[in-house]
Each structure stands twice: as C-alpha cells, then as structure tokens.
Design a protein around this ligand. Structure first.
Ligand SMILES: [Zn+2]
Length: 379
C-alpha cells in the first residue's frame, strides 16, 4: 500500500512496525455536534483500517476525546454549564453519529481528563530533558531545541508565531512566540489540578502526545487528523513526544483535506456547518457515508446537498445488483494507491453497469449494500 506522507510530501510505501498497525487520530472536542468535515476525517481512517484488515493486518485505532481545552471551557462558560456536562451530551451525539455511519469501533477512546497524572509525569520528563522551562506557574516547550521544528508544515517563523498565537492563550512567561504551552494556570472558574509548577491544567498539544504514547507506545505507525492540525497541533505533539522518548514519534503522518461550503472551509467560525445528526433525520446513513467517502481524502471538496441525491441514486443501483465480488480487485488496487476512494467508487459503478453484484467491494468502503434502507432507524 502506498500513502502520501505529509512530512516527506510524497506518496511512499506504507511500512508498519509490526503486523499490528497502530493508528492515532485526533478526535473531537465534545462541545458541538459532528459536522461533515469531521466525518470526512473519521471516515477516511475508517476506510484505511478496513483495507489494512483486508490485507491481513491487525489494527489498533485510538481516537482521543479532548474534554478539557480552551474551546470547551470557553463554550461551557458562555452557556453557564459544567464543561463535563457539555462534553457528555456532545460525546453521546458523536458516538451515535459514528455508529450510524458504520464506523469501526475505536480500539480505545481515551479522554484527556483521564490522563492528568500521566501528563504531569510526561511534562516532568520533558523538563528534565532540557526541552522545556517553567515560569510563573506555567511550563512552555522551548521550540528552538526541537529537531526540525516546523518541518511538518514547512512554515517560516512568522507564520508559525501567528498560528501559535491564534490557538493558544497569551500566558505570561513565553520566551519565544513559537514556544507552546505544556501546563498553564487556570482562569477563575476553570478546572484546576495540582502540579509541581503550580495549580493549573494542561495545554492542548500535550494531551494528544501523552494519550498516543500511553495507548500505543512511543512509536506509532500512522497519525491522522485534518490538515488544519498540521501546525501547530501535530508539530507540537511531535516535538514534545520525541523530546520525552528520544525516538521517532510517528512513521507516517496523514492529513485529510478541508470540506468547503460556498468556497469557505466548513467550520464553526464560518457558521456553515452541516451536522451529521441533522442529515441522519433526512437520509439513510449509508447514503451520507457514500456521499462523503466518494471524495479523495487529499482533495478539498465542496459540500452540496445534491451530493446526497447523487449518492442515494448510486446506492440504489448498487443494492439492486445484490451481493457479489464484482470490482473487488479494482477497489483494492484503488485503495492501495493512496486510498483513492473516488476511483474505487467509479470501479464499483462500472461493475454494476456490467451486471455484477458489488457487496464485497462496497464493504471495503464501509458501505453496506445488503441491508435494506427501511431497516435503518430514522427512516
Ligand atoms: Zn490531537
């Protein structure tokens, strides 16, 4: 199998460390419903997992839950609710959405708040390694000490500084604008944990670095997420994980492209989100899944409601042919070629045109063509 590797910027042969492929995907911050852009990322890694299992690998996919960070705390304060109550509601909707879309169960879904003591000992190791400094109740990572800091996104210093200030609060003591927070004092009303550096809470990037290595070990095969996470989030995860372990953190970085609506990236800030929970009231979940996975993961694409009509008509044609192994080899080849789901869908269409049943090929995309739509809840 060949996959694009973000750091190398090329399609390379995928070579896992062992027969068990260890994957980490940055999961959700549970404070709002899951939109099509999020689902595109999770479905991409779901199709990848299905093909890896089809190839005979075992897979361990970890998807974290960022249940304490600036976003969720700001939203909870705005709504006047406890942040963990906000998280519980959004998490339940997320899990229902993903089950409906047919996602394979994650090997584990650890919550950031479950890892506070691991995070504190990790920060202690990073400090001991000389890659971090503590000042005024905060701990910052010293980016200048990290090997190849910025390589993942290939950004210049000014761009990195701007991106860091966009996602991190301005906490006193930061020596360089690209240094990032490992530990920070909590604001009034925010959750607070004791630490050697003062009461406070972790930074966002350290949560993923710790959860990934706690669940999967210090070297993982694939680290995924949306392309908007390359910098600072993934670069900062990498820098601190390697500072703590002295090993290469990730063998294969993989990122999914943005989904747009009328030319703007689908995001909370743009107010143009299409929520999976809303779509599920209107369409068979397999139709929603097919509409999303028909797009190649590295190509930015435009969400339009008529994509659902197109997918519904396509799914009807696939279902009409019944079960069978038509297009299976073509779909395997397409997925081995940098997870080319668009070509896989085209190959299945062609097999259907030739009169073949395509249930096995569709199953590699996670699309169930054997269950009738009337049996789905919500229909
Ligand atoms: Zn993450």
């Amino acid at each position: 199998m060949r996959l694009y590797e973000t750091r190398v910027r090329d399609v390379v042969e995928f070579e896992p460390l062992s027969a068990t492929v260890r994957m980490y995907t940055c999961g959700i911050t549970p404070y709002e419903a899951t939109h099509v852009g999020h689902a595109f990322t999770f479905l991409t890694y779901d199709v990848l997992q299905r093909r890896l299992r089809d190839l005979g690998f075992d897979t361990r996919c970890v998807r974290n839950i960022t249940d304490v960070d600036d976003d969720i705390l700001d939203r909870a304060a705005h709504l006047g609710v406890h942040y963990l109550d906000l998280a519980a509601g959004a998490l339940a909707t997320f899990q229902e959405d993903m089950r409906a879309l047919g996602l394979l169960e994650a090997w584990s879904e650890p919550r950031a708040t479950s890892a506070i003591s691991d995070i504190r000992s990790f920060i202690g190791r990073v400090l001991a390694s000389g890659h971090a400094y503590s000042v005024g109740g905060a701990v910052f990572f010293d980016a200048s000490t990290a090997d190849g800091f910025g390589d993942l996104g290939r950004l210049d210093f000014e761009s990195m500084a701007a991106a860091t200030s966009e996602v991190e609060r301005d906490v006193a003591g930061r020596a360089s604008p690209i240094d990032f927070i490992l530990w920070q004092p909590s604001r009034p009303g925010e959750p607070v944990w004791d630490s050697l550096w003062g009461p406070g809470r972790p930074g966002w990037h350290v949560e993923c670095a710790v959860l990934a290595s706690r669940e999967l070990g210090t070297q993982i095969d694939i680290h995924g997420g949306g392309a908007d996470l390359i910098y600072p989030h993934h670069e900062c995860e990498r820098a601190q994980a390697e500072a703590a372990s002295g090993e290469t953190f990730v063998r294969h970085w993989m990122h999914t492209a943005a989904v747009h609506v009328d030319g703007a990236r689908m995001a909370k800030s743009a107010g143009n989100m299409e929520f999976i929970s809303d779509l599920r009231g209107l369409f068979d979940p397999m139709t929603i899944r097919l509409a999303i996975v028909s797009n190649h993961y590295r190509t930015e694409w435009e969400w339009r409601p008529d994509l659902l009509q197109v997918a519904a008509a396509r799914l009807d044609r696939w279902r009409d042919r019944g079960s069978g192994s038509g297009a299976l080899d073509e779909v395997r080849d397409a997925l081995d070629d940098d997870l080319d789901t668009s070509s896989a869908v085209a190959a299945i269409d062609a097999a259907v045109d030739r009169g073949h049943g395509v249930s096995e090929a569709a199953a590699l995309l996670g699309v169930d063509v054997c269950t009738s739509p009337s049996s789905w809840p919500g229909m």
